[in-house]
Ligand binder design. Structure first.
Ligand code: AQP
Length: 336
């Protein structure tokens, strides 16, 4: 039996951080051998919020090296740049024309991000979930790893696929495969170092709020030294009054590979002065092999370029077939 297909991506809006690693990439690496995978760099999504053209290409390229350095295995996974496969933009247009506006206006992420942008909010931000639907549906993905924040968008993808199938498909031959979420039993949600109630994010204006995967040891030490804590002695998980404490202990647990019970026992009598250097050293050691591998990959750009070229070709060969199927169902004149 052929393996089920998984698709996922990360926006190239900035430098990847521990949230992206522990919440997404580490999970992909863990499950990848059970599936046929397409992992991409969502550079079309990256411009749905104001962006800097001077760094977009570098962010995208560095992310590719980071995916590989984190252990994405090209034997079972294809990695590619979203904008290198034009079918993503083209299918988005076709899906736009069957998606009711009020489905998009309901999206929580749109409402939250639009608030931040005020008067200048672009149509692209509203349309973000349709582009995401195109990303997923082009690859006939069976499963999509999603965190809590993306669940609503995956529901929308399923609704859009259902609508295309109902309106234009034949009963026994759906045009688009309706994907299922792949939900982790224990999701890692990494919170900001400056505020334990906000998620760690690439676009947070404060660099001190996040640890980037490529941060050198002295920067990691400085960021952890300055991170927000509380005046209580003894460190405990799950205290709603101590979100920073819970977040930092969870980070230590995930990066050290220890169990929650082991960490709880080890840290119950510690103060911050003892815990922070321990967390800093653990973080440095966990990131060291990834950073070394990243350096090797970036020293061999011909290799990375060829991975991205091959990835785009393989992705396009799958995506273009789906696009042709949809265009045919919608009644388009094929190229002559
Ligand atoms: N703090 C986090 N904890 C756990 N998982 C996280 N992810 C992001 N931040 C955390 C997961 O990373 C994947 C890709 O995310 P994305 O960059 O496409 O969008 P995002 O979730 O909006 O991430 P950021 O860093 O906050 O980006 P910006 O600042 O550009 O909006 C997803 O699987 C996400 O769950």
């Amino acid at each position: 039996m052929s393996k089920q297909r998984v698709l996922s991506g990360i926006q190239s809006t900035g430098k990847l951080h521990l949230g992206n690693y522990l919440g997404a990439i580490a999970n992909w690496v863990e499950i990848q051998h059970h599936y046929e995978n397409f992992f991409f760099f969502a550079d079309l999504h990256a411009i749905t919020v104001p962006h800097d053209p001077k760094v977009l290409a570098a962010n995208t390229y560095n992310m590719a090296a980071i995916y590989l350095a984190c252990g994405i295995d090209l034997d079972c996974s294809t990695i590619f740049v979203q904008s290198h496969v034009s079918a993503h933009s083209e299918l988005t247009w076709l899906l736009n024309c069957v998606t009711p506006l009020n489905w998009l206006e309901r999206m929580i992420q749109f409402k939250e991000k639009a608030l931040k942008q005020g008067e200048n909010v672009g149509v692209g931000l509203l349309d973000y979930p349709v582009l995401m639907a195109a990303d997923i549906l082009l690859y006939d993905a069976d499963k999509v790893p999603v965190g809590e924040d993306q669940k609503q968008h995956l529901e929308l993808t399923r609704d859009i696929a259902g609508r295309i199938n109902d309106k234009f498909g034949k009963k026994k031959e759906p045009i688009l495969k309706v994907p299922d979420p792949l939900i982790r039993s224990e999701g890692a949600r990494v919170m900001s170092l400056a505020d334990g109630t906000k998620k760690m994010s690439k676009s947070d204006p404060s660099e001190l709020s996040r640890i980037e995967i490529l941060d050198p040891p002295d920067v990691i030490k400085r960021k952890i030294k300055k991170c927000k804590t509380d005046p209580i002695k003894g460190l405990t998980f799950d205290d709603p009054e101590r979100p920073e404490c819970h977040n930092l202990l969870s980070l230590y647990q995930l990066l050290s590979g220890k169990t929650k019970a082991e960490v709880a026992a080890e840290c119950q009598d510690m103060g911050w002065g003892q815990f922070k250097p321990l967390l800093a050293e653990t973080t440095i050691e966990a990131l060291r092999p990834i950073q070394e591998k990243y350096g090797e990959i970036m020293d061999n750009k011909d290799y990375l370029d060829s991975v991205l070229r091959d990835g785009a070709a393989k992705a396009a060969s799958v995506a273009n077939q789906t696009l042709a199927r949809v265009k045919d169902a919608l009644g388009y004149l094929p190229p002559l």
